[in-house]
Ligand binder design. Sequence first.
Ligand SMILES: [Zn+2]
Length: 346
Amino acid sequence: MRSYHFIVPPQLLEQRALRGSAEEREIALATLSIDHSIRAGRIQNTLLAGSAQRLQLAVRRGAGRPDRTVFDAKHRLDTHATSVLRTEEGQPAGDAAANQAFDGLGATYGFYWDVFRRDSIDNAALPLLGEVHFGERYDNAFWDGERMMFGDGDGQLFTGFTSAIDVIGHELTHGVTEATLGLRYLGQPGALNESISDVFGSMVKQYQLGQTADQADWLIGAGILGPVMQGQALRSMKAPGTAYEGDNQPGSMSGYVSTASDNGGVHLNSGIPNHAFYLAAVALGGRAWEKAGRIWYEVMVRRAVGPQAGFVQFAQATTTMAASLFGLGSAEANAVQEAWRETQVL
Ligand SMILES: [Zn+2]
C-alpha cells in the first residue's frame, strides 16, 4: 500500500470551499477531488521501470552527490510522466518550476548529506525524482513514495509549490521517516510524522540560508500563498495557529484536537511537537541542526520509538537521547525536557 503525503491539508481546502468565492470554491473542490482520487489509488502508477533504472543509477554515482531528474506532467494527472525537463548531466531547463524543483531536491539532499552524512532518503543513494506541472491549476504538492509531485497552483489560493525548499524538504522527509521510524500515519504517531517533516523541512531552509535558530522564521511554505489567502505560510512552528486566517493548529496539549478527519488531525496536532522543537532549538541557541536537530535525527535512525509512538513516548525518547548525546543533567537534556513541559506533553 503506497502512502501519499500532501503539503496542503484537506481542512485548508475545505475552508476555502466553504468560505471562498464561487471560483475559489470550484478550484478548492477540484483539488480535493484529485487528492481523494490519488489517495484511493485511482491514479495508477507504473513503478517497475523506475526501480530497474534506480539500481543502475545508484551504481554509477558516488556518495555525497544527488541524482536528480525532473519530469514534466504537461498538466495531466500522470504521476509517472516520462518527458524529462532536467537531469544532473543536462543544462538548466527553460522552465522555472523545473529548475526550482531541481534546486530544492538538491538543497534537501545537501542538508542531509552535509549535516548527517545521510546519502539520500534511504541512505542508499535513492535517486530523487520530481515532477512539475501536475494537473491544471492544481493546488497541492505531494510525495508518493517515488516522486515529488508539484501542482502549479491556481494563482489565487496558491502561487505554486516549487519555490519553497522547506516544502520539498518536508515531503522528502516523509521518505526518511518511512525508512527509519515508520510512524503510522494516523492520530499521534501521524502528527509526529507530520511534525518531523516540518522540523527537517524548516532546517533544510535554515541551512540553505545559514540561519541560527533565533534568525529563522520557523514558517512552512512562506511565499506560496496566493492573494486570497490571508496569511504568510501554511504553518508556523514558532506560533502555531497564526500562519493564515483560519489556521487552527494548537501549540500545546490544552488545544489538542480530537477529530476523525485528516487521519485524526495529523496536520493540526503536529503543531504541538513542532512548537516543542522550536522551543528546544531556540533555548539551545546556535544553528537548529547542531543540537536539537541532531537529537531528533538520532531518535529516528536509532529507532528509539516504535511505529505507534505517541507524543509522550517521543518526548521521553528525545529527552533520553539528549542525555545520552550530551550528558545526564546537561543543558541540552534540560532544554529538551523543558520544551516538552511547556507544550504540556510531559
Ligand atoms: Zn506532510
